[in-house]
Design a protein around this ligand. Structure first.
Ligand SMILES: *Cc1c(COP(=O)(O)O)cnc(C)c1O
Length: 229
């Protein structure tokens, strides 16, 4: 999404623009600098990054935080326990190192999977095959930690691949230091009608890979062996 363009359209219409920046990450994409009014994060993802606690963050002007978010939080009760807050604050100390290393491995895997047998398509913002490659280059300093691949086969081929993996775990979390794989059509997006999923480009042979901190050669080998399975 072109944040600058959407911010401009929103402001002309008298609306505010709130960006869910989880996938792009706060390290690689800065929506407030592009004109967004607020940004939200699931801290459960890259900020914790080790699958321990749930949390979230909302960043915006002090007027928005004090007069809108704070009032809502006070009356509805989404209050984090001190222990969870401590875990997330400790995690922020390693956030940049983790996200940049995971992103490097993700770029490498995206490139290698693009030429792998059995893979029909790889979707990753900083691959020149991505339909919005130019925008992603302009707006994100790197392509992020998540890759989608589409296999030559169907759902059966997708399940066969994920069941054959030994390093990469099956989970619908993302941004974790462990590499995780999920089948969106039967998990994150299973509630949508098949036609809607198709329109969104989420086919039965699509898999989402969240790249973690393991050695990138181990990850590649795991995927290539599972593809041959
Ligand atoms: C996980 C996720 C959320 C929701 O966060 P929770 O911590 O699970 O409540 C929102 N947006 C995106 C893009 C996510 O990946």
């Amino acid at each position: 999404m072109d944040i600058e363009l959407i911010a401009d359209l929103s402001h002309k219409a008298g609306a505010m623009l709130i960006v869910d920046n989880v996938m792009a990450t706060g390290l690689l994409q800065k929506p407030l600098e592009l004109g967004a009014d607020a940004v939200m994060y699931s801290a459960t993802k890259h900020i914790d990054g080790q699958g321990r606690v749930l949390g979230g963050a909302i960043i915006g002007s002090s007027d928005y935080i004090n007069n809108t978010v704070r009032l809502f939080a006070r009356h509805t009760g989404p209050t984090m326990s001190p222990f969870n807050a401590w875990v997330l604050l400790k995690s922020l100390e390693t956030y940049e190192l983790r996200v940049s290393q995971m992103t490097k491995s993700a770029q490498y895997l995206a490139e290698q999977l693009s030429v792998a047998k059995g893979v029909k398509r790889v979707i990753y913002p900083h691959l020149d095959s991505h339909p919005d490659f130019a925008l992603a280059k302009k707006q994100m300093s790197a392509g992020g930690t998540t890759i989608a691949i589409e296999l030559a086969g169907n759902k059966k081929a997708a399940f066969k691949l994920i069941d054959a993996l030994e390093v990469i775990d099956i989970s619908n979390n993302l941004g974790d230091s462990r590499s995780l794989i999920t089948h969106p059509a039967t998990t994150t997006h299973h509630r949508l009608d098949p036609e809607v999923r198709q329109k969104l480009g989420i086919s039965d042979s699509m898999l989402r890979i969240s790249v973690g901190l393991e050695d990138q050669e181990d990850l590649l080998e795991d995927l290539l062996l599972a593809l041959k399975n």
